[in-house]
Design a protein around this ligand. Structure first.
Ligand code: WT7
Length: 677
């Protein structure tokens, strides 16, 4: 199935993606923040990198690959784009990702440096040095190998954010077994489809994790997923985290503390080719089926290390870095695991939520560890804004020197608040645009180099070619808007969709010829700087997480009460977008439950949580009698979005039956339909 974007609406020369009202005003933003001379003087990044990279893009990346990554067999070939859109970087080189992330730092005499400061939600802590990590990763690699996991086999990981998550990913990399991390908030159903698609042989999980002060079970979801049938899985390894009781399948289930603790602490990392798959990570597309984005080793590691070093200005000896993402997302892969560890950083990982046990928890952690670099999402910043500046103001945040933002466009007010309240008006802010598919940061200011603008990701990094184009792939002039594209291959580019090369070509490379279509709308300002405007396809962005409208619609119609469903992402002050669903109930059900919309809401929200995961739960479910459709039967989500955002409904002349919108608007006003959490 192809994934062509819905045509965005046009205002003059600007393409305005649906769901981004107000962002149009961004270009009137005139505040500028030049780097301070003190910061610039010590910055890793230098202005000449752009010209250097422009002069010879592959050569620039080859230099980074040699400098930042250790190769067991050095590469002689840099870029092979002859089979576009399938790319190969550094293809004749060989290396191991775990060796690069861990062992070489120990060999260089940094074994005593802290790699991970782990902070559990309940306040329990663990500190792992690089030497500790080398030992733990080696043991886990030996234990996995003893269970029959070999190079090339896939391992599914379903864990809370505890050190074992990082250790497991690195242990997989050490034996050349691609990992497929499934976010712990995903349902058994979602886990099952990912295990099946990747044909994982081992699943690594925990009894549970801590969420909002309570143990939250994980193992039952694995049992349920495997009960649906998973012929490839031979073992489940279980970390004891919460101590809650678990069902046990003898012969299949293995305790981590038995298998790993008993394993040998020496393990020789397996050399793999640069293009050996390092991991698969599933992400939502515009169709119901998640895409298994896969990344390979050499190019991915190169760009992960380069961007982490330059975008965050990392000084491994002195910085304490903290990225708040879970390893279930790409941000956690590249900027919790591979980027920081490749660069020998000391970092914090925190299991819990920002408000457990109190709303100052994050700032308490910054103060406690002296965090210098913080990387988080706009939704978190807006939540803290809502809680009030007086909370962070109770803590000493003076250690912070670089702040990062990722996941969705950051509105200028949140940017300013972040800089002023968290950064004490002194820290550079880097708004980093990238995707699961790009593997690493693509567009971002460079601290110490770029004069920043609140709300803009601004410039492609050295070695990256991005542009904003119109429907005919022509670059728009400054001041114009269109689609964000990437015009040259980059090292950490996705290598494909697992098992589905056609979908890879269709999704990213068919909209424009030999140009990567990102799915985002963007504008160029008068300086040519890039402002991201949100998705132009049926993908929503809720709290920086990608959700597919189609996937949630499928989940809704899989419930026996639902005849038809349409889902839109409505602008939400805190989460960026929120899921709003319109459902038509089956006749018999509609009769029986007409008086009890609250039950319908709750039942369907729970059902979506069960099918996909709590993150996909609609904020609001509206029961309607009709959905607005074109004469050809396509649901007009644009109109539903107007309703969901309480706007005057737009042009409805192409509707098969335009009275439908009146019915929906009236339905909105009835108390039964408007209830929500
Ligand atoms: C989509 C990718 C990359 C890690 C987190 C999300 C949106 C991401 C920004 C930003 C504006 C952004 C885009 C993109 N996005 N960062 N700085 N400014 N939009 O990864 O789940 O693959 O989602 O997130 O829409 O396409 P993902």
């Amino acid at each position: 199935m192809t994934e062509q974007p819905a045509a965005p609406t046009s205002t003059g020369d600007a393409v305005v993606p649906p769901g981004s009202p107000g962002l149009e005003n961004l270009l009137t933003e005139e505040r500028r923040f030049p780097p301070s001379p003190e910061f610039a003087a010590q910055a890793n990044a230098t202005p000449d990198a752009y010209a250097w990279a422009n002069a010879d893009r592959p050569g620039f990346w080859a230099d980074q690959a040699r400098e930042l990554v250790s190769w067991s067999t050095p590469f002689t070939q840099t870029l092979d784009w002859s089979d576009a859109p399938f790319v190969r970087w550094f293809a004749d080189g060989r290396l191991n990702a775990a060796y690069n992330a861990v062992d070489r730092h120990v060999e260089a005499g940094h074994g005593d440096r802290v790699a991970l400061h782990f902070e559990g939600e309940g306040g329990d802590t663990r500190t792992l040095t690089y030497a500790d990590l080398q030992r733990e990763v080696s043991k886990a690699a030996n234990a996995f190998a003893a269970l029959g996991v070999g190079t090339g086999d896939r391992v599914a990981i379903y864990l809370p954010l505890i050190p074992e998550a990082v250790i497991t990913m690195l242990a997989c990399a050490r034996i050349g077994a691609p990992h497929s991390v499934v976010f712990g908030g995903f349902s058994a159903e979602a886990l099952s489809s990912r295990i099946l698609d990747a044909e994982a042989t081992l699943v690594v999980t925990a009894d549970g994790g801590f969420r909002r002060g309570k143990p939250s079970a994980l193992k039952p979801a694995v049992d349920e997923a495997l009960a649906k049938g998973a012929p490839s899985v031979s073992h489940v390894m279980v970390v004891r985290r919460t101590g809650q009781p678990v069902d046990w399948t003898d012969g299949r289930d293995v305790w981590w503390h038995e298998a790993v603790d008993a394993a040998s602490a020496t393990h020789a990392p397996v050399d793999v080719e640069a293009e050996h798959p390092l991991f698969i990570l599933y992400t939502s597309g515009t169709t119901g089926k998640p895409k298994g984005i896969f990344h390979t080793t050499g190019g991915y590691l190169t760009q992960a290390a380069y961007t982490h070093l330059n975008v965050f200005d990392l000084k491994p000896e002195t910085d304490v870095y903290w990225c708040t993402a879970d390893v279930g997302w790409i941000t956690g892969h590249t900027y919790v695991v591979y980027g920081p560890l490749l660069n020998g950083a000391t970092q914090v990982i925190y299991e819990g939520t920002p408000d457990t046990p109190h709303r100052g928890r994050w700032w308490e952690i910054v103060q406690k560890y002296g965090v210098t670099i913080l990387y988080t999402a706009p939704t978190a910043i807006r939540t803290c804004m809502k809680w009030g500046a007086e909370i962070p103001e109770q803590f000493d945040l003076s250690s912070l020197r670089v702040l990062g933002s990722v996941g969705e466009p950051i509105n200028p007010e949140a940017w300013m608040w972040y800089r002023r309240v968290i950064g004490g008006d002194r820290t550079p802010i880097v708004d980093t645009w990238w995707q699961t598919e790009t593997g690493a940061i693509m567009i971002s200011p460079l601290p110490g180099v770029t004069e920043t603008k609140p709300g803009s990701a601004q410039v492609p990094l050295p070695g990256i070619a991005a542009d904003v184009v119109d429907d005919d792939a022509q670059p728009v002039p400054n001041g114009g808007g269109g689609y964000l594209v990437l015009t040259e291959p980059w090292p950490s580019m996705l290598r494909g969709i697992w098992g589905d090369p056609d979908r890879y070509k269709d999704t990213y490379w068919s909209r424009f010829r030999n140009i990567y279509f990102a799915g985002d709308g963007a504008k160029k300002d008068d300086d040519g700087d890039i402002w991201l405007l949100g998705r132009v396809d049926d993908v929503m962005n809720v709290s920086g997480h990608r959700l597919s409208t189609t996937e949630i619609e499928s989940a809704l119609v899989s419930h026996p009460w639902v005849a038809e469903a349409a889902v839109v992402g409505a602008t939400d002050e805190t989460t960026g977008q929120a899921v709003v669903a319109f459902v038509i109930l089956r006749g018999d059900v509609a009769e029986g439950h007409a008086a009890d919309a609250a039950t319908v809401q709750e039942t369907l929200r729970t059902h979506v949580a069960k099918e996909i995961g709590p993150i996909a739960k609609p904020r609001q479910i509206l029961v309607v009698a009709e959905l607005p459709k074109t004469r050809s039967g396509k649901i007009m989500r644009r109109l539903l979005r107007d309703v969901a955002e309480h706007r005057q409904v737009g042009d409805a002349t192409t509707l098969a039956d335009s009275s439908v919108m009146d019915l929906i608007a009236q339905g909105l006003a009835t108390p039964a339909a408007a209830s929500q959490d």
